[in-house]
Design a protein around this ligand. Structure first.
Ligand SMILES: *Cc1c(COP(=O)(O)O)cnc(C)c1O
Length: 479
């Protein structure tokens, strides 16, 4: 046989789809994973073999018998059935990271989700009267008690909350916003865009750094329907600045009968200074200052499930709840189950500090993190020996998601640097960070100057973390 003939005979030996499908082992795969998935895996394995043959140009594969094929098929099915959404170790030092799903839920909230998700519930049903109920009933009383508001409701997220407020109270009308607060939050929340998609006209007031009440008085017109103050989540105006106090806004808006709305963004329901954090304004204080409505996120500093909370005046909340958009933006039962448990934890700030993971992580003391680093050091050091040096270093974490934009939390972590200078620093950093991301539970760190940094603030499962290092593949970095 010449080369071409042998190539053709190997090509011809790749089993046909129906042939493979009928094998008992494959029948078993089909009953487990379904006909369509397994068939598409078979086609994909066929095509891999063909590509391999064509690329190598000659036959060093030998004939493709059924056993060879099934081995590849099993791998392929494994890849196709693996969940794309999976846990990771967030060692970036940013506690609330939108890319990593923000807040981790308290155990009690998770138990409550399980309970409510696996059975029928009284989500919208009044058990006493046997009549239709309102899903907000499970959370609004607790929210009112914690914020001092008259009424409350929740929707899918805070972007939805702001959209719903604007659309319910100011559609086809004007909304006054200071030029210093025309914010963009990462991930396409831009206030001017939210404004137009809510059907409102944005009326910019004042200048970027200084805005006075007088500017608002001058901007007020017959089409003005709302005054919006947005928390400058991810930046701070410093220097020659001036803005209008909430109390002055409140007086002004009452006098003119125009609702005053504050978007707090990352609102904490309690004052977190007892955790050593800087003072941040709570929804309760905002209401006390005279805001008619306050909106904030459920999965930022609050540490709960993704949702957007609206609290404030009863008449306004009831207008909001009548808007058909509310139906489109409503929360599901799992969110309500989790959020209701979260709110219970806030009744006792001491408990909140340990049982709400977000609060536990941001208040974690640096000496505790240093001890953790010392415990983990031998494992990581020995698994990188010969390739990289691993040093325990002091570093700084941040809260993230627009909470405390400029404050940093003192922390500890690992600084990983190239030992062999056999490649460029950027090649080294790319390879090492991708090797850590390729682990069964990916470890995500950050690159700082010429080092790969793992901030240990958010590391709690030490056993699972240590276990990852047996899978670390450093082939690319050896030699
Ligand atoms: C984060 C944030 C939002 C958006 O909230 P999501 O819950 O992400 O939808 C809106 N406004 C402010 C001020 C924010 O900080």
């Amino acid at each position: 046989m010449n080369k071409l003939q042998s190539f053709k005979s190997v090509l011809a030996s790749i089993p046909a789809v129906h042939e493979i499908q009928n094998l008992p082992k494959v029948q078993k795969l089909i009953s487990q994973h379904g006909h369509s998935l397994v068939t598409s895996a078979i086609r994909s394995v066929q095509s891999d073999f063909r590509d391999l043959l064509t690329a190598s140009g000659e036959n060093n594969l030998g004939k493709i018998n059924n056993d060879k094929f099934i081995k590849q098929l099993k791998n392929k099915v494994l890849i196709l059935t693996e969940n794309t959404l999976k846990p990771i170790f967030n060692l970036t030092g940013t506690v609330l990271h939108t890319n990593f799903g923000r807040a981790l839920l308290p155990d009690k909230a998770i138990k409550s989700i399980e309970l409510i998700a696996s059975d029928a519930s009284n989500l919208e049903y009044d058990i006493t009267s046997g009549e239709r109920g309102d899903r907000d009933n499970h959370i609004d009383e607790k929210l009112c008690r914690l914020t001092g508001a008259e009424a409350a409701t929740i929707v899918n997220n805070n972007a939805a909350a702001v959209t719903l407020v604007l659309n319910s109270l100011a559609r086809r009308k004007e909304v006054l916003v200071s030029r210093g607060e025309l914010i963009e939050i990462g991930g396409s929340f831009r206030l001017p865009d939210i404004m137009s998609s809510s059907g409102c006209k944005l009326h910019e007031v004042g200048t970027t750094n200084r805005t006075y009440l007088q500017d608002f008085e001058e901007a007020l017109g017959p089409r003005t329907a709302l005054i919006l103050k947005a928390h400058t989540s991810n930046y701070k105006l410093q220097g020659f600045t001036s803005d209008v106090k909430e109390k002055d806004f409140a007086n002004f808006s009452k006098k003119n009968n125009i609702p005053f709305v504050v978007d707090l963004g990352s609102g904490s329901i309690i004052d977190l200074s007892y955790l050593g954090l800087p003072k941040c304004q709570t929804p309760a204080e905002t209401i006390k200052n005279g805001a008619d409505l306050v909106t904030f996120s459920g999965d930022k500093l609050l540490g709960g499930p993704q949702c957007g909370i609206i609290v404030g005046r009863k008449d306004l909340i009831s207008r909001i709840k009548k808007n058909p958009l509310k139906r489109a933006l409503r929360c599901d039962k799992m969110t309500i189950a989790a959020f209701s448990e979260l709110l219970k934890l806030y009744e006792n700030p001491k408990k909140a500090k340990t049982e709400i993971p977000t609060l536990r992580l941001i208040s974690r003391r640096k000496d505790e993190i240093q001890k953790l680093a010392k415990r983990m050091h031998p494992t990581i050091k020995s698994s990188l020996s010969g390739i990289a040096t691993v040093q325990i270093i002091a570093c700084k974490s941040q809260v993230g998601s627009g909470s405390f934009p400029v404050e940093f939390l003192p922390s500890f972590g690992f600084k990983i640097e190239q030992k062999l200078k056999n490649r460029s620093s950027s090649q080294f950093l790319n390879s090492i960070s991708s090797a850590f991301r390729a682990l069964p539970v990916p470890i995500v760190g950050r690159i700082n100057k010429n080092a790969f940094l793992l901030d240990l603030r958010c590391l709690e499962n030490e056993t699972l973390f240590a276990k990852q290092f047996q899978y670390l593949n450093l082939k690319e970095l050896e030699s």
